[in-house]
Design a protein around this ligand. Structure first.
Ligand code: SF4
Length: 206
């Protein structure tokens, strides 16, 4: 499966990712599909598209592709400061409520119901136990282990190449975090918490 970032119609996508990025994205989708692989659209809700999620869903329907939504991180995303792109809370909630309703009739919207409920209730969402760094870890191409895809601070990483994977995993520092806004990490925590509604939705995500 290939997850391809999609931010919205050309004016939105190109403004965020650079000139011609939308056309390149479409070429990438076509190439992946032509090779018989699955594509999931990864849509990050930001201040640029929070009022246009209807159009994002329409594009998914037009291409008949599953679409997964996540909020823009309130901080650094792969080294880039994206705080200016964080949508206001009410607009974000309104967008998620629309998506939750859409999901009831549209199987292409693949965030789980608990995930939508979590986002809608944020910043006081239902408690989800975090087992990152204990039952799963993120590994980067250099062999560095991190507790999860969000916790990428240097002081949390372990070197699986130098230490060996098992030792690095066992020595992962514990993080005390309850703010799980990434749908992937959230679903991992639901998975290990045996959340049945999340488990039912899981094949669509992985
Ligand atoms: S972002 Fe989620 S998975 Fe990562 S440490 Fe926080 S609660 Fe755990």
């Amino acid at each position: 499966m290939f997850r391809i970032s999609y931010d919205g119609p050309p004016d939105v996508h190109d403004a965020l990712r650079g000139p011609n990025a939308y056309a390149v994205m479409e070429e990438a989708i076509d190439a992946v599909l032509a090779n018989g692989n699955r594509v999931v659209l990864n849509a990050t809700i930001s201040s640029s598209n929070v009022h246009r999620v209807v159009e994002l869903v329409e594009y998914a329907v037009k291409r008949n592709l599953p679409i997964k939504f996540q909020p823009v991180f309130d901080g650094l995303a792969y080294g880039k400061d994206v705080r200016g792109q964080v949508p206001d809370r009410d607009s974000f909630r309104e967008a998620v409520r629309y998506l939750a309703e859409e999901k009831k009739k549209n199987p292409l919207v693949i965030n789980s119901e608990p995930n939508m409920e979590y986002y809608t209730a944020h910043p006081a969402p239902p408690f989800v136990p975090c087992v990152s760094g204990v039952l799963y870890v993120r590994i980067d191409p250099q062999g560095m282990l991190f507790p999860c895809s969000i916790m990428l601070d240097d002081h949390l990483k372990r070197d699986a190449v130098a230490e060996g994977f098992a030792a690095a995993f066992q020595n992962m520092p514990r993080v005390h975090c309850t703010d799980c806004m990434c749908p992937q990490t959230l679903e991992m925590n639901y998975l290990f918490d045996m959340n049945l509604r999340s488990l039912k939705n899981l094949p669509k995500l992985f």
